[in-house]
Write a protein that binds this ligand. Structure first.
Ligand code: GTP
Ligand code: MG
Length: 278
């Protein structure tokens, strides 16, 4: 199933009341000037949609003069997530919602979201607010102040921290970051966070293969191989307040080990030269 076939979920309620969508950017590589797009992958997150909206309101305030575009990707949720989004965000927000009729994974959701996002800066966040969405303004500011191409939240940075995480999951996740730090050319403390801000050319050019959580690390390495500058921003991570974790822990670890193998064999560098079509 392709993304095109599954996008465009628009119930009558949205058609009746949503604000008219803005025009697509004249130059797809540049995006719309002054617009920040926030891509939100969701799978069965209906319990946390009100909290998400409250946090995004704070982000909108923090971003001041910038336009905010929300790009929701509901990935085969069965708990009414899409309808909840429409109820809570319509008509006050500039948002798009695409629904994958079956679950395709976080990486697949990012591919769909990146194709739909119009901003000159494109961010990705967790829907469960484990990184408070209003903190995205710090990542955007970091891009603007340093000229970096990617700003990524880093709870494993010595100046950050993790509260109430399940100890064995934290151990495994930190262990993976430790290995990546040694085998990859990207020397940061956290590789697996999806709480990020990208300059638009990065998401236009990086052709990542992973359709699951592995995409977070893969995107970083491919961007680095294309010469993009990556900046980590210390950011505390807290435990989710509602809903349940969707991360398939062992499958994800296996995926990371495969990615480490690709790095060690130099295969990622070869992939990095293949830009995304369009
Ligand atoms: N599109 C899509 N989003 C997903 C999928 N699985 C998880 N997500 C979303 O990705 C984000 C991170 O997933 P989580 O389940 O919170 O994973 P985690 O952050 O490692 O785990 P906890 O925060 O401990 O629950 C959340 O916004 C999820 O709704 C998926 O298969 N498809
Ligand atoms: Mg989470």
């Amino acid at each position: 199933m392709t993304n095109a076939e599954v996008s465009g979920y628009r119930p009558q309620a949205e058609l009746a009341t949503a604000a008219p969508p803005h025009a697509a950017p004249a130059d797809p590589d540049a995006g719309i000037k002054g617009m920040i797009s926030v891509v939100v992958p969701l799978r069965n997150e209906s319990a946390g949609i009100e909290a998400l909206e409250a946090s995004l309101s704070k982000l909108r305030d923090a971003l001041n003069d910038k336009r905010l575009e929300l790009v929701f990707i509901d990935d085969g949720s069965t708990d009414g997530t899409a309808d909840r989004i429409h109820k809570v965000f319509c008509p006050k927000w500039d948002y798009k919602l695409t629904r994958h009729e079956t679950n395709l994974g976080v990486g697949a959701a990012f591919r769909t979201g990146f194709d739909r996002a119009c901003g000159e800066i494109v961010c990705t966040i967790d829907a469960d607010c484990t990184y408070p969405p209003e903190e995205l303004s710090r990542l955007v500011a970091a891009l603007e102040q340093t000229g970096a191409d990617v700003a990524t939240a880093s709870p494993y940075h010595p100046e950050a921290g993790v509260t109430n995480a399940v100890p064995w999951r934290l151990f495994l996740s930190r262990g993976l970051s430790f290995i990546y730090r040694r085998v990859s050319p990207v020397r940061i403390h956290t590789y697996t966070s999806i709480f990020r801000a990208y300059r638009r050319p990065v998401i236009r050019r990086v052709s990542f293969q992973a359709s699951d959580f592995i995409c977070a690390a893969e995107i970083l390495f491919l961007a680095a191989a294309q010469g993009r500058r990556i900046l980590e921003v210390p950011m505390p991570l807290r435990v989710r307040q509602s809903g349940r974790s969707k991360l398939p822990v062992w499958k994800t670890i296996l995926g990371h080990l495969r990615l480490i193998d690709r790095i060690l064999r130099g295969r990622l560098d070869r992939n990095a030269s293949a830009a995304r079509p369009g």
